[in-house]
Design a protein around this ligand. Structure first.
Ligand SMILES: [Fe+2]
Ligand SMILES: [Fe+2]
Length: 153
């Protein structure tokens, strides 16, 4: 796959964003108080790492194989908190982590949307669309958890 300068530049931006996403979820998994939330963040870290690998492959000229609807995270998040007792401070701390990653997902989804419009190769467009759908799904999982735990506002 041959890339234009513009396509290369967009992929480099996405590569950087995915690196930050994976690191952010890694830190969030360490910091989360709710064990169920820790699990969700750890799973999302893996998904972001997959995105990073796909984008890195595209930058190296590989033709991506990801197709829309081919989710790499088949397992759904468990929205109900498994905590028996939740301190106010813990809940506030988790709420901050959730709001931060939700904002990041929204931003990254927008960057993918822009990239889809700029690419001409059908396989590249499909792969970028598939990743964008996964980012939207991440946002849904985060929002569902927030709603189930009375943290969405
Ligand atoms: Fe991602
Ligand atoms: Fe994501």
């Amino acid at each position: 796959m041959n890339l234009t300068k513009k396509e290369q530049s967009l992929l480099k931006d996405l590569q950087n964003e995915e690196k930050i996403c994976a690191e952010k979820y890694h830190k969030a998994a360490e910091a989360a108080c709710d064990p169920a939330l820790k699990q969700m963040f750890a799973r999302l870290e893996k998904a972001e790492q997959n995105h990073y690998d796909t984008v890195t492959g595209m930058l190296a000229g590989e033709t991506p194989t990801l197709k829309p609807g081919q989710s790499q995270n088949a397992k759904k998040a468990q929205p109900e908190s498994q905590r028996a007792q939740v301190s106010r401070a813990e809940k506030k701390s988790d709420a901050y982590l959730l709001a931060d990653v939700l904002a990041t997902e929204k931003f990254v989804s927008g960057v993918y949307n822009t990239a889809v419009f700029e690419f001409s190769d059908p396989a590249a467009r499909s792969a970028l669309t598939a990743i964008q759908q996964q980012e939207q799904q991440h946002g849904k999982e985060i929002a569902d958890y927030m709603t189930a735990n009375g943290l969405y506002c």
